[in-house]
Design a protein around this ligand. Structure first.
Ligand SMILES: [Fe+2]
Length: 422
């Protein structure tokens, strides 16, 4: 070993250690290196095994090598305890332990007299060294964790290890411990990453379930809407399919106006269109079904239907916006409508759409007190009251959608469905 450049060897060793990802390979490199460069009867590595809570021989080289994985040292083995309790014992250095050093300590009466347990502990370590046929043991720590122990037999040239060599082994052992821990951390990170990915897919599954719940919620929302709307239909003696027609025309008009109809917005408008007259449920039949003109008192009762409608929807969760559309569907653009006399854009746009579509559809449907009017008549009426009763933009959008629809249906040479009622 004379002339051996420890500094250079260390530099090379730590450089390759950083690159090594597999701790087993690293330990093999170390034992092979010592076996080749130092020349010992054997060089072995004891490593802490997390799963078993013991130290195990993971690599061994040389003539007197140990069977790997078979020799195990428990936590209470005197050698393991000696290095574990490094922090406690300040009487002697525990950076490594050698046969020569132990011999010296065991013959130092002054040292032994300072701690009544020291002799017994040293004898235990000495015995452990004999069993391991070790001349020197060098612990590798990471922070205060004893990661492993480098065990060296006798030098082949029968000389003692000198301090330069021992310092070299120490640095090597601690660097290796660090490299091993780093590799473990990397493995942990990979495992954690995998776990995260699992969690992520679990989350995706949950999101899917939530969406499914939302879909179901929306479905029941529609079921309530529809059953209420049908009741109104029946009571008001509109032609069958009135609510569906109003909904269809209203949605087309809204789309033509460029309103946002994404997700919930679509559902809210659709429900508003279908349910605008739901309050008529609360109007006595003799007023609702009266053939002649309503008296002033009867008309006042009739005018309550938007409020009644909004009140019917009140207890239903998520129906607030629908209730608002219903409440204001009888307002007029010039502020002369009811129940609040709102004007222009004060009236929710959805309510302004309902007003136009409903007026048109009511005119073109047969009622108990009159026959259905023609489409042309209804269109003329909308134009006549545009700006006073109706929002001009809504009327324009509605008429353009209606004309488009009529053109398409005429082209198909089928009946115009809006004329069914006439
Ligand atoms: Fe109404």
């Amino acid at each position: 070993m004379t002339g051996f450049d420890y500094q250079e060897a260390l530099k090379n060793a730590s450089r390759s250690m950083v690159r090594v990802k597999n701790p087993r390979r690293l330990l093999k490199m170390i034992t092979r290196f010592i076996d080749r460069e130092v020349g010992v009867t054997h060089s072995s590595v004891l490593m802490y095994d997390h799963t078993r809570g013991r130290y195990i021989f993971v690599d061994s080289k040389g003539g007197l090598k140990f069977p790997v994985n078979l020799v195990k040292l428990d936590q209470d083995n005197p050698l393991i305890r000696w290095f574990h309790e490094r922090e406690l014992g300040s009487l002697v250095s525990r950076d490594f332990v050698s046969k020569a050093q132990l011999f010296g300590w065991l013959h130092n009466d002054h040292l032994l007299s300072q701690d009544p347990n020291l002799m017994e502990r040293l004898l235990g370590v000495q015995e452990a060294l004999e069993i391991l046929r070790a001349s020197v043991c060098v612990p590798g720590y990471y922070k205060s964790d004893l990661v492993g122990i480098l065990i060296l037999g006798e030098k082949l040239n029968k000389k003692d290890f000198d301090i330069q060599e021992l310092t070299f082994f120490q640095t090597l052992a601690n660097d290796a411990a660090m490299a091993i821990k780093t590799a473990e951390f990397q493995d942990d990170l990979v495992a954690q990453n995998r776990e995260l990915k699992d969690k992520h897919s679990e989350l995706e599954h949950l999101v899917g379930e939530l969406e499914e719940m939302r879909r179901k919620e929306r479905r029941s929302y529609y079921e309530i809407v529809l059953s209420l709307a049908r009741e109104v239909d029946e009571k008001d003696h509109y032609t069958y399919g009135h609510v569906e027609e109003v909904e269809r025309l209203g949605l087309l008009t809204a789309r033509s106006l460029g309103l946002n109809l994404e997700g919930r917005r679509h559902d809210i408008l659709a429900a508003g269109l279908k349910l605008h007259d739901v309050g008529k449920i609360g109007i006595p039949d003799e007023i609702l079904k009266k053939c002649g003109k309503l008296t002033e008192a009867e008309y006042l009762v009739m005018k309550e239907h938007p409020r009644k409608g909004a009140r019917i929807l009140e207890p239903l969760a998520n129906f607030e916006e629908v209730a608002k559309i219903v409440l204001h569907h009888q307002e007029k653009f010039d502020g002369t409508g009811y129940p609040y006399g709102l004007k222009g854009e004060e009236i929710p746009i959805e309510s302004r759409i309902v007003a136009v579509v409903d007026a048109f559809h009511a005119m073109t449907s047969s009622r108990p007190y009159r026959k259905a009017r023609s489409i042309e008549y209804a269109k003329a009426e909308l134009r006549k009251y545009t700006g006073t009763q109706f929002d001009p933009q809504v009327v324009e959008a509605f008429l353009s959608e209606l004309n488009q629809m009529i053109r398409e249906e005429t082209a198909l040479n089928s009946d115009v469905p809006l004329d069914r009622a006439s």
